[in-house]
Design a protein around this ligand. Structure first.
Ligand SMILES: [Zn+2]
Length: 396
Protein backbone atom coordinates (compact mmCIF):
# COMPACT_ATOMS: atom_id res chain seq x y z
CA UNK A 1 0.00 0.00 0.00
CA UNK A 2 1.27 3.39 -0.90
CA UNK A 3 -0.19 6.44 0.74
CA UNK A 4 -0.10 9.90 -0.71
CA UNK A 5 -1.47 12.83 1.22
CA UNK A 6 -2.12 16.18 -0.33
CA UNK A 7 -2.31 19.09 1.97
CA UNK A 8 -4.63 21.59 0.46
CA UNK A 9 -4.80 25.35 0.94
CA UNK A 10 -3.13 25.77 4.26
CA UNK A 11 -1.60 29.10 5.04
CA UNK A 12 -0.26 31.51 2.44
CA UNK A 13 -2.44 30.25 -0.33
CA UNK A 14 -0.77 32.55 -2.85
CA UNK A 15 -1.72 35.89 -4.30
CA UNK A 16 -0.82 39.27 -2.99
CA UNK A 17 -1.14 39.95 0.66
CA UNK A 18 -0.97 43.53 1.81
CA UNK A 19 0.96 44.46 4.90
CA UNK A 20 0.02 47.73 6.44
CA UNK A 21 -0.51 49.63 3.26
CA UNK A 22 -2.87 52.62 3.23
CA UNK A 23 -3.25 52.73 -0.55
CA UNK A 24 -2.39 49.17 -1.50
CA UNK A 25 -5.09 47.93 0.76
CA UNK A 26 -4.99 44.30 -0.08
CA UNK A 27 -5.79 41.90 2.65
CA UNK A 28 -3.77 40.52 5.47
CA UNK A 29 -6.38 37.85 5.57
CA UNK A 30 -4.81 34.45 5.93
CA UNK A 31 -6.96 31.61 4.79
CA UNK A 32 -8.20 29.41 7.57
CA UNK A 33 -7.44 25.79 7.24
CA UNK A 34 -8.97 24.33 4.11
CA UNK A 35 -7.47 21.01 3.84
CA UNK A 36 -8.09 17.74 2.27
CA UNK A 37 -6.26 14.49 2.18
CA UNK A 38 -6.21 12.02 -0.62
CA UNK A 39 -5.08 8.47 -0.48
CA UNK A 40 -3.66 6.78 -3.52
CA UNK A 41 -3.34 3.06 -3.43
CA UNK A 42 -1.02 1.28 -5.81
CA UNK A 43 -1.06 -2.44 -6.16
CA UNK A 44 2.44 -3.49 -5.25
CA UNK A 45 1.82 -7.07 -6.17
CA UNK A 46 2.21 -6.02 -9.80
CA UNK A 47 5.54 -4.30 -9.29
CA UNK A 48 8.42 -6.20 -10.89
CA UNK A 49 10.87 -7.54 -8.36
CA UNK A 50 13.97 -5.36 -8.28
CA UNK A 51 17.48 -6.75 -8.16
CA UNK A 52 19.03 -6.51 -4.70
CA UNK A 53 21.11 -3.36 -4.36
CA UNK A 54 23.20 -2.00 -1.55
CA UNK A 55 22.28 1.22 0.21
CA UNK A 56 24.89 3.32 -1.60
CA UNK A 57 23.68 2.20 -5.02
CA UNK A 58 20.07 2.91 -4.08
CA UNK A 59 21.03 6.37 -2.85
CA UNK A 60 22.98 7.12 -6.05
CA UNK A 61 20.03 5.98 -8.16
CA UNK A 62 17.68 8.18 -6.11
CA UNK A 63 19.88 11.26 -6.52
CA UNK A 64 20.21 10.62 -10.24
CA UNK A 65 16.43 10.39 -10.58
CA UNK A 66 15.94 13.63 -8.62
CA UNK A 67 18.46 15.46 -10.82
CA UNK A 68 16.57 14.34 -13.89
CA UNK A 69 13.24 15.40 -12.46
CA UNK A 70 14.13 18.75 -10.84
CA UNK A 71 16.99 19.92 -13.08
CA UNK A 72 20.23 21.71 -12.33
CA UNK A 73 18.70 24.94 -11.06
CA UNK A 74 18.35 23.45 -7.56
CA UNK A 75 20.63 22.78 -4.60
CA UNK A 76 21.25 19.08 -3.95
CA UNK A 77 22.61 17.89 -0.62
CA UNK A 78 22.75 14.57 1.19
CA UNK A 79 22.56 14.55 4.97
CA UNK A 80 23.69 11.14 6.18
CA UNK A 81 22.74 11.67 9.80
CA UNK A 82 19.20 12.79 8.98
CA UNK A 83 18.99 10.32 6.07
CA UNK A 84 17.64 13.07 3.84
CA UNK A 85 18.36 14.05 0.25
CA UNK A 86 17.58 17.75 -0.02
CA UNK A 87 16.48 19.29 -3.30
CA UNK A 88 16.04 22.96 -2.58
CA UNK A 89 15.17 26.00 -4.65
CA UNK A 90 16.93 28.17 -2.09
CA UNK A 91 20.44 29.41 -1.35
CA UNK A 92 23.06 27.61 0.77
CA UNK A 93 22.27 29.68 3.85
CA UNK A 94 18.60 28.69 3.75
CA UNK A 95 19.51 25.06 3.09
CA UNK A 96 21.67 25.09 6.24
CA UNK A 97 18.76 26.59 8.17
CA UNK A 98 16.34 23.91 6.92
CA UNK A 99 18.81 21.14 7.82
CA UNK A 100 19.14 22.52 11.31
CA UNK A 101 15.37 22.91 11.74
CA UNK A 102 14.45 19.44 10.45
CA UNK A 103 17.26 17.89 12.51
CA UNK A 104 16.02 19.54 15.73
CA UNK A 105 12.41 18.63 14.88
CA UNK A 106 13.24 14.96 14.28
CA UNK A 107 15.39 14.74 17.39
CA UNK A 108 12.68 16.23 19.61
CA UNK A 109 9.96 13.97 18.20
CA UNK A 110 12.14 10.92 18.64
CA UNK A 111 12.94 11.97 22.17
CA UNK A 112 9.30 12.43 23.19
CA UNK A 113 7.17 10.19 20.97
CA UNK A 114 8.60 8.21 18.11
CA UNK A 115 10.67 5.15 18.85
CA UNK A 116 11.62 4.34 15.24
CA UNK A 117 13.24 6.59 12.65
CA UNK A 118 13.24 6.26 8.86
CA UNK A 119 15.08 3.19 7.56
CA UNK A 120 15.54 4.56 4.07
CA UNK A 121 16.50 7.98 2.78
CA UNK A 122 13.77 10.58 2.50
CA UNK A 123 13.79 13.11 -0.34
CA UNK A 124 12.85 16.62 0.81
CA UNK A 125 11.90 18.97 -2.02
CA UNK A 126 11.10 22.68 -1.86
CA UNK A 127 10.91 24.02 -5.43
CA UNK A 128 11.63 27.60 -6.41
CA UNK A 129 8.11 27.97 -7.77
CA UNK A 130 5.17 26.00 -6.49
CA UNK A 131 2.75 25.10 -9.24
CA UNK A 132 -0.59 24.72 -7.46
CA UNK A 133 -1.44 27.34 -4.81
CA UNK A 134 -4.37 25.25 -3.56
CA UNK A 135 -2.08 22.42 -2.45
CA UNK A 136 0.68 23.18 0.03
CA UNK A 137 2.59 19.90 0.08
CA UNK A 138 2.62 16.14 -0.37
CA UNK A 139 3.81 13.22 1.65
CA UNK A 140 4.87 9.86 0.29
CA UNK A 141 6.76 7.36 2.41
CA UNK A 142 10.04 8.21 0.68
CA UNK A 143 9.47 11.82 -0.42
CA UNK A 144 7.95 15.02 0.87
CA UNK A 145 7.58 18.26 -0.98
CA UNK A 146 6.16 21.59 0.15
CA UNK A 147 5.55 25.09 -1.08
CA UNK A 148 7.61 26.63 1.71
CA UNK A 149 10.28 25.70 4.23
CA UNK A 150 8.04 26.73 7.13
CA UNK A 151 4.83 25.17 8.39
CA UNK A 152 4.09 23.49 5.06
CA UNK A 153 7.35 21.54 5.01
CA UNK A 154 7.23 20.77 8.74
CA UNK A 155 3.71 19.35 8.31
CA UNK A 156 4.83 16.91 5.61
CA UNK A 157 8.08 16.07 7.40
CA UNK A 158 6.12 15.20 10.56
CA UNK A 159 4.06 12.79 8.44
CA UNK A 160 7.27 11.13 7.23
CA UNK A 161 8.64 10.70 10.78
CA UNK A 162 5.31 9.45 12.08
CA UNK A 163 5.04 7.03 9.17
CA UNK A 164 8.51 5.64 9.96
CA UNK A 165 7.47 5.10 13.58
CA UNK A 166 4.37 3.23 12.45
CA UNK A 167 6.44 1.09 10.10
CA UNK A 168 8.81 0.22 12.94
CA UNK A 169 5.86 -0.77 15.11
CA UNK A 170 4.13 -2.56 12.23
CA UNK A 171 1.05 -0.35 12.56
CA UNK A 172 -1.18 1.77 10.40
CA UNK A 173 -2.58 4.39 12.74
CA UNK A 174 -5.82 6.29 12.08
CA UNK A 175 -5.97 9.41 9.97
CA UNK A 176 -7.06 11.71 12.83
CA UNK A 177 -3.78 10.97 14.56
CA UNK A 178 -1.63 11.34 11.44
CA UNK A 179 -3.17 14.68 10.51
CA UNK A 180 -3.50 15.70 14.14
CA UNK A 181 0.25 15.33 14.79
CA UNK A 182 1.23 16.94 11.47
CA UNK A 183 -1.13 19.87 11.98
CA UNK A 184 -0.21 20.39 15.62
CA UNK A 185 3.54 20.38 15.03
CA UNK A 186 3.63 22.45 11.83
CA UNK A 187 3.82 25.65 13.92
CA UNK A 188 6.06 24.64 16.77
CA UNK A 189 9.44 25.39 18.19
CA UNK A 190 11.99 23.30 19.99
CA UNK A 191 12.30 24.46 23.59
CA UNK A 192 14.88 22.69 25.77
CA UNK A 193 14.91 19.75 23.37
CA UNK A 194 11.11 19.35 23.30
CA UNK A 195 8.61 20.48 20.70
CA UNK A 196 6.24 23.20 21.82
CA UNK A 197 3.29 23.52 19.43
CA UNK A 198 1.76 26.97 18.99
CA UNK A 199 -1.83 28.03 18.56
CA UNK A 200 -2.48 28.48 14.86
CA UNK A 201 -4.90 29.89 12.32
CA UNK A 202 -7.23 26.87 12.62
CA UNK A 203 -8.31 27.79 16.14
CA UNK A 204 -10.77 30.60 15.35
CA UNK A 205 -12.66 28.40 12.86
CA UNK A 206 -12.77 25.49 15.29
CA UNK A 207 -14.19 27.69 18.05
CA UNK A 208 -16.89 28.87 15.66
CA UNK A 209 -17.78 25.30 14.75
CA UNK A 210 -17.86 24.25 18.39
CA UNK A 211 -20.32 27.02 19.16
CA UNK A 212 -22.45 25.93 16.21
CA UNK A 213 -22.28 22.32 17.34
CA UNK A 214 -20.71 21.22 14.07
CA UNK A 215 -17.91 19.02 15.32
CA UNK A 216 -17.83 15.24 15.56
CA UNK A 217 -18.07 13.19 18.74
CA UNK A 218 -14.55 11.98 19.61
CA UNK A 219 -15.49 8.34 19.01
CA UNK A 220 -16.60 9.14 15.49
CA UNK A 221 -13.56 11.30 14.69
CA UNK A 222 -11.25 8.55 15.96
CA UNK A 223 -12.98 6.03 13.71
CA UNK A 224 -12.73 8.03 10.47
CA UNK A 225 -11.01 6.39 7.52
CA UNK A 226 -8.70 8.27 5.15
CA UNK A 227 -11.33 8.73 2.48
CA UNK A 228 -13.78 10.13 5.04
CA UNK A 229 -11.33 12.68 6.42
CA UNK A 230 -11.90 16.06 4.76
CA UNK A 231 -10.71 19.65 5.11
CA UNK A 232 -13.39 20.05 7.77
CA UNK A 233 -11.65 17.63 10.17
CA UNK A 234 -8.10 19.02 10.39
CA UNK A 235 -8.78 21.64 13.03
CA UNK A 236 -10.48 19.17 15.36
CA UNK A 237 -7.72 16.55 14.96
CA UNK A 238 -5.11 19.31 15.49
CA UNK A 239 -6.67 20.47 18.77
CA UNK A 240 -7.45 16.96 20.04
CA UNK A 241 -3.73 16.24 19.80
CA UNK A 242 -2.89 19.64 21.27
CA UNK A 243 -5.14 18.88 24.26
CA UNK A 244 -3.11 15.72 24.93
CA UNK A 245 0.03 17.85 24.75
CA UNK A 246 -1.28 20.79 26.77
CA UNK A 247 -2.52 18.57 29.60
CA UNK A 248 0.95 16.98 29.76
CA UNK A 249 -0.38 13.55 28.81
CA UNK A 250 0.90 13.06 25.26
CA UNK A 251 3.93 10.79 25.86
CA UNK A 252 2.01 8.56 28.30
CA UNK A 253 -0.97 8.56 25.98
CA UNK A 254 1.12 7.46 22.99
CA UNK A 255 2.75 4.73 25.09
CA UNK A 256 -0.66 3.47 26.27
CA UNK A 257 -2.00 3.73 22.74
CA UNK A 258 0.81 1.59 21.34
CA UNK A 259 0.52 -0.91 24.15
CA UNK A 260 -3.17 -1.40 23.45
CA UNK A 261 -2.96 -1.01 19.67
CA UNK A 262 -4.04 -4.55 18.80
CA UNK A 263 -7.17 -4.25 20.96
CA UNK A 264 -8.06 -0.68 19.91
CA UNK A 265 -6.19 1.19 17.18
CA UNK A 266 -8.58 4.19 17.22
CA UNK A 267 -7.15 5.85 20.32
CA UNK A 268 -10.42 5.84 22.28
CA UNK A 269 -9.39 3.24 24.89
CA UNK A 270 -6.00 4.89 25.50
CA UNK A 271 -7.67 8.29 25.94
CA UNK A 272 -10.17 6.94 28.49
CA UNK A 273 -7.40 5.13 30.32
CA UNK A 274 -5.12 8.16 30.54
CA UNK A 275 -7.80 10.61 31.72
CA UNK A 276 -9.76 8.09 33.84
CA UNK A 277 -13.06 9.26 32.30
CA UNK A 278 -15.26 8.22 29.42
CA UNK A 279 -14.90 9.86 26.01
CA UNK A 280 -18.01 12.02 26.38
CA UNK A 281 -16.71 13.53 29.61
CA UNK A 282 -13.27 14.07 28.09
CA UNK A 283 -14.86 15.78 25.10
CA UNK A 284 -16.71 18.15 27.45
CA UNK A 285 -13.44 19.09 29.17
CA UNK A 286 -11.80 19.52 25.76
CA UNK A 287 -14.59 21.77 24.53
CA UNK A 288 -14.26 24.09 27.54
CA UNK A 289 -10.48 24.15 27.05
CA UNK A 290 -10.67 25.00 23.34
CA UNK A 291 -13.18 27.79 23.91
CA UNK A 292 -10.99 29.62 26.43
CA UNK A 293 -7.94 29.69 24.11
CA UNK A 294 -7.18 33.02 22.45
CA UNK A 295 -6.59 32.65 18.70
CA UNK A 296 -3.57 34.39 17.19
CA UNK A 297 -4.41 37.47 15.08
CA UNK A 298 -4.92 36.71 11.39
CA UNK A 299 -4.89 40.30 10.29
CA UNK A 300 -4.59 43.83 11.54
CA UNK A 301 -7.11 46.64 11.71
CA UNK A 302 -6.91 50.38 11.04
CA UNK A 303 -4.20 52.16 12.97
CA UNK A 304 -2.05 49.03 13.28
CA UNK A 305 1.63 49.30 12.42
CA UNK A 306 2.53 48.56 8.82
CA UNK A 307 5.22 48.95 6.18
CA UNK A 308 3.17 50.40 3.27
CA UNK A 309 3.73 47.41 1.04
CA UNK A 310 2.06 44.32 -0.35
CA UNK A 311 3.82 40.99 -0.40
CA UNK A 312 3.70 37.61 -2.05
CA UNK A 313 5.00 34.29 -0.78
CA UNK A 314 8.39 32.81 -1.62
CA UNK A 315 9.54 29.31 -0.58
CA UNK A 316 11.64 30.79 2.24
CA UNK A 317 10.51 34.41 2.80
CA UNK A 318 7.98 36.98 1.61
CA UNK A 319 8.70 39.12 -1.40
CA UNK A 320 7.75 42.76 -1.67
CA UNK A 321 5.28 42.81 -4.55
CA UNK A 322 4.19 46.44 -4.36
CA UNK A 323 5.34 49.50 -2.48
CA UNK A 324 3.73 52.81 -1.64
CA UNK A 325 6.08 55.53 -2.95
CA UNK A 326 7.46 57.44 0.04
CA UNK A 327 5.90 54.81 2.33
CA UNK A 328 7.62 53.18 5.31
CA UNK A 329 9.39 50.40 3.40
CA UNK A 330 10.35 52.62 0.44
CA UNK A 331 11.85 55.26 2.76
CA UNK A 332 14.04 52.58 4.31
CA UNK A 333 15.48 51.74 0.89
CA UNK A 334 13.49 48.56 0.29
CA UNK A 335 12.32 47.87 -3.26
CA UNK A 336 9.88 45.67 -5.14
CA UNK A 337 11.44 42.21 -5.52
CA UNK A 338 13.31 42.33 -2.20
CA UNK A 339 12.69 39.34 0.05
CA UNK A 340 11.92 40.02 3.71
CA UNK A 341 13.75 37.44 5.80
CA UNK A 342 13.63 38.75 9.36
CA UNK A 343 11.78 41.45 11.26
CA UNK A 344 13.05 42.22 14.75
CA UNK A 345 15.18 39.10 14.59
CA UNK A 346 12.05 36.97 14.03
CA UNK A 347 12.26 34.72 10.99
CA UNK A 348 9.68 35.60 8.34
CA UNK A 349 8.76 32.66 6.15
CA UNK A 350 5.14 33.40 5.33
CA UNK A 351 2.76 36.33 5.55
CA UNK A 352 1.39 35.15 8.88
CA UNK A 353 4.88 35.53 10.36
CA UNK A 354 4.94 39.11 9.12
CA UNK A 355 1.49 39.83 10.58
CA UNK A 356 2.62 38.51 13.97
CA UNK A 357 5.96 40.36 13.92
CA UNK A 358 4.40 43.71 13.00
CA UNK A 359 1.52 43.10 15.42
CA UNK A 360 3.96 43.48 18.32
CA UNK A 361 4.57 47.11 17.31
CA UNK A 362 2.92 50.50 17.19
CA UNK A 363 3.11 53.00 14.33
CA UNK A 364 6.24 55.11 14.76
CA UNK A 365 8.29 52.18 16.09
CA UNK A 366 11.54 51.43 14.34
CA UNK A 367 12.05 47.76 13.45
CA UNK A 368 15.14 45.99 12.16
CA UNK A 369 14.45 44.31 8.84
CA UNK A 370 16.73 41.80 7.19
CA UNK A 371 16.13 41.52 3.46
CA UNK A 372 17.66 39.78 0.47
CA UNK A 373 18.33 41.32 -2.93
CA UNK A 374 20.18 39.51 -5.74
CA UNK A 375 21.28 36.84 -3.28
CA UNK A 376 22.85 39.33 -0.85
CA UNK A 377 21.49 39.91 2.64
CA UNK A 378 21.12 43.41 4.07
CA UNK A 379 19.85 44.91 7.28
CA UNK A 380 17.92 48.14 7.52
CA UNK A 381 15.58 49.95 9.92
CA UNK A 382 11.99 50.69 8.98
CA UNK A 383 9.85 53.23 10.82
CA UNK A 384 6.37 51.74 10.81
CA UNK A 385 3.37 53.74 9.70
CA UNK A 386 -0.31 53.34 10.60
CA UNK A 387 -2.65 51.25 8.51
CA UNK A 388 -5.19 53.77 7.19
CA UNK A 389 -8.24 51.65 6.51
CA UNK A 390 -9.44 48.21 7.41
CA UNK A 391 -8.04 45.91 4.76
CA UNK A 392 -10.74 44.34 2.61
CA UNK A 393 -10.65 40.61 2.14
CA UNK A 394 -9.31 39.71 -1.28
CA UNK A 395 -9.59 36.18 -2.48
CA UNK A 396 -6.31 34.77 -3.68
ZN1 LIG B 1 -1.25 16.10 6.29
Amino acid sequence: MRYAFQSIGRRSAGGLVGVGSPCLTLSVFVALALWSAAMAVADQTQAPSEPPEDGAARLAARIDKLHKKYGEDMLYAVDEKLKIVFVMGTDERTLAEVKQRLGAHAEALQRDLFKYGPKEYLSVIVPRKWANPKITGHFYPDLVDASNIGCNLIHEFTHALHYADQQGRNQMQPVWLMEGFASMYESSEVVNGHLEPKLNSRLAGLQRELKENKILPFAKMMGLEHRQFTSHHYAQANYMCLYLHATGKLPQWYAAYNEGFSADSSGAAATEKIYGKNLDEIQKDWLAWVLQLVPPPLGRGPGAAGMDMASKPLPDAVEIAQLTPEGAAAKAGLAVGDALVRVDGQRIIDTQDLVLALGRHQPGDSVKVESRRDGQYHETSVILSPLAAPPPVVSP
